[in-house]
Design a protein around this ligand. Structure first.
Ligand SMILES: *Cc1c(COP(=O)(O)O)cnc(C)c1O
Length: 383
């Protein structure tokens, strides 16, 4: 596996030199629920699409290659992936989790996992003492880095060291940087999660989620769970993901370039009070990012001076869309307080640094001059 990542977005070595599927360059969409068997006790390798589907398999092998994992599992959304993964735990298990997470993950942990008997300690994994929070029943550490939305960066290798010492699983939601910029498994993580809806799909047109691991016993359990619970990604959506991934590198580089320019521009605006982007040298996670990732990504969180200004910006943007989600070709601006993090209590939001003045920007691949022109106009019109 020493081919470059852009090549690995397009080609799967194991299928090369074969002329099946009429030599079709685009992988076929096997839109089938079931498969005919040659005889009793015989199988083509495919029995029923809840268990296996060739289009989904192809996608899973591409994503496993991108993350340097043994296996990847493609699920119907990022939340379906996290939900499936948490079936690995049992009532009474304790999880140490990053506090500043995607709001849907906090909602899952607070309202579903706790009901199922799991216990959580939420920490700022970039600064708090993780080792000190380990209990006899702790089973895993769950992090995002950079975090959604406050862009805190934690040291994956360092946390992996703590996890290995205490026999804990390290799970990293790698959605924000994608495998193009960061590979947590190579830094010692055991499991990587993706919302494939974001950078991997990349076109704001479909939902998907991934679990990638290099641990055999986890692969086996997940295979059983996906067959049993049934949230595998549909064939057409798998194809959309394959198509999106072909341009992952081009999109990531372009969106990051826009984010670097936009973050320095934002810093100079009178209405903007704070800019959280790990590519700014003054960001506390800048050095760690340079050490563990190949880029800083294209997510920028910033605060403006008043809540009224935040609301007015969201109302007045036109080309930049006021919408949830991120990581697509189009630039989106999000209001964590009422969107992604609406179900997180105000107390927790404020503790994490999400205020009514906080906005989150996912830069797309437009011309950055046009993004700056639109924001300049909107800022100039603020009351
Ligand atoms: C969006 C997101 C998720 C959830 O993924 P869906 O595909 O929307 O279900 C999980 N983690 C992070 C970091 C996300 O941004």
């Amino acid at each position: 596996m020493n081919r470059g990542i852009n090549t690995r977005c397009l080609h799967l070595e194991e299928t090369e030199g074969k002329t099946e599927n009429y030599g079709s360059l685009s992988f076929p969409i096997y839109q089938t629920a079931t498969y005919a068997h040659p005889g009793v006790g015989e199988s083509t390798g495919y029995d029923y699409s809840r268990l296996q589907n060739p289009t989904r398999d192809h996608l899973e092998r591409i994503v496993a290659g991108l993350e340097h994992g043994k296996e990847a599992f493609a699920l119907s959304s990022g939340m379906a992936a996290i939900t499936l993964l948490f079936e690995l735990f049992h009532p009474g298990d304790h999880i140490i989790s990053e506090a500043d997470l995607y709001g849907g993950s906090i909602r899952l942990f607070d309202h579903v996992s706790k009901k199922n008997g799991l216990e959580f300690t939420f920490l700022n994994c970039a600064t708090d003492d993780i080792e000190g929070a380990i209990l006899p029943n702790t089973k895993a550490v769950y992090i995002e880095t950079p975090t959604n939305p406050m862009m805190n960066v934690s040291d994956i290798g360092k946390i992996s060291g703590i996890c290995k010492k205490h026999g804990l699983l390290l799970i990293v939601d790698n959605t924000f940087l994608s495998p193009y910029f960061q590979n947590p498994l190579l830094l010692g993580a055991d499991v990587v999660i993706h919302s494939g809806t974001k950078f991997l799909g990349g076109h704001n047109d479909t939902l998907a989620g991934f679990i990638v691991t290099d641990r055999d016993e986890i692969v086996e359990k997940l295979r059983f769970l996906i067959k049993t619970t049934g949230a595998g990604l549909a064939p057409f959506d798998s194809w959309l993901l394959l198509r999106g991934i072909k341009t992952l590198g081009l999109r990531m580089e372009r969106a990051q370039k826009n984010a670097i320019e936009l973050s320095s521009w934002l810093k100079k605006q009178a209405v903007v009070t704070d800019v959280f982007y790990p590519g700014l040298p003054e960001h506390p996670g800048y050095e760690i990012s340079k050490k563990q990732a190949r880029g800083f990504g294209s997510m920028i969180t910033f605060n403006v001076d008043t809540k009224e200004h935040a609301l007015q910006i969201l109302k007045e943007v036109k080309m930049i869309k006021f919408a949830e989600s991120l990581g697509g070709t189009e630039t989106l601006i999000t209001y964590p307080t009422t969107q992604t993090h609406a179900d997180v209590s105000e107390e927790v939001r404020l503790r994490n640094g999400i205020t009514p003045c906080t906005l989150r920007l996912s830069t797309g691949i437009e011309d950055v001059e046009d993004l700056i022109a639109e924001l300049s106009e909107v800022f100039a019109r603020l009351d």
